[in-house]
Design a protein around this ligand. Structure first.
Ligand code: B12
Ligand code: SF4
Length: 526
C-alpha cells in the first residue's frame, strides 16, 4: 500500500512582521516531522504559510492531497489557522484535520465542537501524531474517527458531531520523549536561508544597527527545556503542559553537553549560522546549567566564533552570570521586566526570588548586562490590568532612561489574554472578538483590560494614535526601540506630561543611526 501523506502547517501570522520581530521557522512542527520520519518512517511535508502565503498553501494541498493535515496554532494566529483548515475541508473532505500547539490550551472543546477540527492535541505532538497516522486507512478521516484505538491515545479532544466531543486520558510528557524529539530535529530539512533572506529584506542595515542586532540575522533558534514553571498569572506557556488536573509537569531539559551536540548538528547542516537563540522562556532558570553551558561553549568553539541570544528574568541576572555569558558570546538577552513598578509587579504573581525594592532590582539587572557588554532587551506590558497612573509613569521613566544607556525595548501595550493563563480565574475584564468559521461563530478572548476605566481609555487612545502614525508613515517595520519609545511618548502626551526626555533619546538614536528610512525624527514630526 502506498504511504499516506501528512502535511504539517505552521501558525499563520497575517500581522507579521511586528516591529522588532524576526521571521523564524516553526520549530515545533519541524521537530514533530523529524520525530515522525525517524520513528515511523512517515511521509511528512511541512508548510509555513507566514513565509509562503495562502496561494502556496492551496497549491501544496491540491498537489499532495494529504490524508492528515496538522495545524499548529498560537492564540493570535488561531483565526487564520481555522480559515486554512476550513479551506482544506472544502478541497479534501476526507482528510483528517488535527490541531495542536500553544494556542489550543483552554480551547480544546471549542475547537473540536465548533471550530471544524477533528482532533485537537494538547501538549507535545510527536507521539499523538505518529499514533494518529497509524490509524489512517484508505478512507482517511472516517477510518481514524471510527477506530476504537483512538481512545488509547492520550491528550486528545475528538469531535463526535457538531457540538459534542470527547476527551482521552491526560498524560504528562516524559524526559525520554523530550530528549528523543530534540535529537530527531533534522536541521538540514529546515530552510533557514529562506528565513534569513526574508529578515535581511525586511530590515535594512540601519535598522539592524539601531536594534543592535548586527551579526545576529543568521540565527538558529533552539529549545533546550520543556517550559518555564514559574507561574506568572498572565502567562499561558507556563501551564501548557499541565494536562493532568492538580499536577504540574516537571521541567525537562537538555544537559549542557547535549545542547552543544544539538548545535553541532545544526552547524553541520548550516555552516553559515552565526548565532544561536536559546529560545527557552528562561534559559537561566537553572544557574549551574547556564554557567556550565557558557564554559563548554568556550572550550568547544573558542571565544568569538558564535553569538548567542537568550531570554531570562531580572532575578536571574547577577554580575557573575552576566560576565560569564558575555565571555561565551551572549550578545542580546531578552528580559521579562514587564513593569518597573513594585506595585504592578506584585499583582503579576511573578514569584521573584528576591526581597526588597523591585525597581532597583530590575534596573540593576539591565545595567549589569550593559556593563558586561550584553544588550538587554526590556519586555514591557505597560497597561497590565492592575496598573495605576503613578506606576505607569515609573515604568516609562525607567524604560526611557535605560534605553538612553543602551538597552532596547519590546512593548506589548495590553496584556494578551492567552487561554490557559491563570489570570482568567480572576475578575479581570477581557476583550473578545467573534470570528465566523465553518458556519459557527467563535468568541475568542483577546486582551485583559486595565481595571481602572480611565487607564483603559488611555490605553485604547494611545494604541489607536500609535497605529495611525505607523500606518500614515508606513513605518510598520520601524526599528526597536524607536517604535516602543514613540508609544511611550504618545502615552506621556495623552497624560499631559512633558516629553522632553523621550524626545531627546529619540533624537540621539537618530544621530547614531545615520541616514535610515523612517527615521525617528521624521516620525516624531508627523
Ligand atoms: C520561537 C517562537 C517564535 C518564533 C517562531 C514561531 C513558531 N511558529 O514556532 C517567532 C519569532 C516567529 C514567533 C512569533 C510569534 N509568536 Co512565538 N514563540 C516562540 C517561542 C519562544 C518558542 C516556540 C517553540 O519553538 N517552542 C518549542 C516547540 C518544540 O514547541 P511548540 O512550538 O509549542 O510545538 C510543540 C507543541 O506545541 C505541539 N504542537 C505544535 N503544533 C502542533 C500541531 C499539531 C498538529 C500537533 C499535533 C501538535 C503541535 O507539538 C510540538 C512539538 O512537541 C514560544 C514560547 C514557548 N514557550 O513555546 C513563543 C510563543 C509560542 N509565541 C507566541 C506568540 C503569541 C507569537 C506571535 C503571535 C507573536 C506576536 N504576538 O507577535 C508570533 C506568531 C508568528 C508565527 N507565525 O508563528 C506565544 C503563544 C501564546 C499562546 N498561548 O498561543 C508564545 C507561547 C510566547 C508567549 N508569549 O507566551 N514565536
Ligand atoms: S517567567 Fe516568563 S515564561 Fe516564566 S511563567 Fe513568568 S512570564 Fe511565563
Amino acid at each position: 500500500m502506498t504511504k499516506q501523506r501528512i502535511l504539517l502547517v505552521g501558525p499563520f501570522d497575517r500581522a507579521a512582521p511586528r516591529p522588532g520581530q524576526y521571521a523564524a521557522p516553526p520549530l515545533g512542527v519541524y521537530r514533530m516531522a523529524g520525530y515522525a520520519r525517524q520513528t515511523a518512517n512517515l511521509e511528512i511535508d511541512v508548510f509555513d504559510p507566514s513565509l509562503s502565503g495562502v496561494r502556496g498553501f492551496l497549491q501544496q494541498v491540491r498537489s499532495t492531497r494529504p490524508a492528515l493535515v496538522g495545524f499548529s496554532t498560537l492564540a493570535p494566529t488561531l483565526e487564520m489557522d481555522l480559515r486554512l483548515a476550513a479551506l482544506v475541508r472544502r478541497i479534501l473532505p476526507g482528510t483528517l484535520l488535527v490541531m495542536g500547539g500553544q494556542g489550543v490550551a483552554g480551547l480544546e472543546k471549542l475547537l473540536a465542537e465548533e471550530g471544524g477540527i477533528d482532533v485537537v492535541v494538547r501538549g507535545f505532538g510527536e507521539e499523538p501524531l505518529v499514533a494518529l497516522a497509524h490509524l489512517l486507512g484508505p478512507s482517511g478521516r472516517r477510518d481514524v474517527l471510527a477506530d476504537s484505538r483512538l481512545g488509547d491515545i492520550p491528550n486528545l479532544t475528538v469531535r463526535e458531531s457538531a457540538g459534542t466531543s470527547c476527551q482521552t486520558r491526560p498524560a504528562l510528557a516524559s524526559a525520554d520523549l523530550f530528549r528523543n524529539a530534540t535529537e530527531a530535529i533534522d536541521f538540514a530539512r529546515i530552510p533557514y536561508p529562506h528565513y534569513w533572506a526574508e529578515n535581511q529584506r525586511r530590515y535594512p542595515s540601519g535598522h539592524v544597527q539601531l536594534m543592535k542586532n548586527e551579526g545576529l540575522l543568521n540565527t538558529i533558534r533552539l529549545i533546550t527545556q520543556s517550559h518555564c514553571p514559574l507561574g506568572c498569572n498572565y502567562c499561558s506557556s507556563t501551564r501548557f503542559l499541565d494536562v493532568v488536573e492538580g499536577r504540574r509537569q516537571s521541567v525537562l531539559m537538555q544537559e549542557p553537553h547535549e545542547i552543544i551536540a544539538t548545535m553541532e548538528r545544526a552547524l553541520a547542516a548550516h555552516p553559515e549560522t552565526t548565532s544561536f537563540y536559546l529560545n527557552d522562556d528562561d534559559f537561566v532558570l537553572v544557574r549551574r546549567r547556564a554557567l556550565e553551558f557558557a564554559r563548554l561553549v568556550i572550550e568547544r568553539f573558542g571565544p568569538g566564533r558564535l553569538s548567542f541570544i537568550c531570554m531570562t528574568r531580572v532575578d536571574h541576572v547577577d554580575e557573575e552570570m552576566a560576565q560569564t555569558l558575555a565571555r561565551a558570546g551572549f550578545r542580546l538577552i531578552f528580559l521579562g521586566v514587564e513593569t518597573f513598578s513594585g506595585g504592578t509587579l506584585l499583582a503579576m504573581e511573578k514569584h521573584l526570588q528576591h526581597r526588597g525594592d523591585y525597581t532597583s532590582l530590575a534596573r540593576r539587572a539591565v545595567l549589569t548586562l550593559l556593563e558586561a557588554g550584553i544588550v538587554p532587551q526590556i519586555g514591557l506590558i505597560p497597561f497590565y490590568p492592575a496598573v495605576r497612573v503613578g506606576e505607569l509613569l515609573v515604568t516609562i521613566e525607567n524604560a526611557v532612561d535605560l534605553v538612553s544607556r543602551g538597552a532596547r525595548l519590546s512593548i506589548f501595550p495590553l496584556t494578551d489574554a492567552y487561554p490557559g493563563a491563570s489570570l482568567f480565574k480572576s475578575s479581570c475584564r477581557v476583550s473578545h472578538k467573534e470570528i465566523r468559521v465553518g458556519g459557527h461563530t467563535l468568541r475568542l478572548p483577546i486582551h485583559f483590560l486595565p481595571d481602572d476605566p480611565a487607564m483603559q481609555q488611555l490605553a485604547i487612545r494611545a494604541i489607536d494614535e500609535h497605529q495611525t502614525l505607523r500606518t500614515e508613515r508606513r513605518t510598520n517595520t520601524m526599528p526597536q526601540p524607536v517604535d516602543g519609545l514613540y508609544f511611550l511618548r504618545t502615552v506621556l502626551r495623552q497624560l499631559g506630561r512633558d516629553t522632553a526626555t523621550v524626545d531627546r533619546v529619540l533624537a540621539d538614536l537618530e544621530s547614531q543611526q545615520g541616514r535610515v528610512p523612517c527615521s525617528p525624527l521624521q516620525y516624531m514630526n508627523a
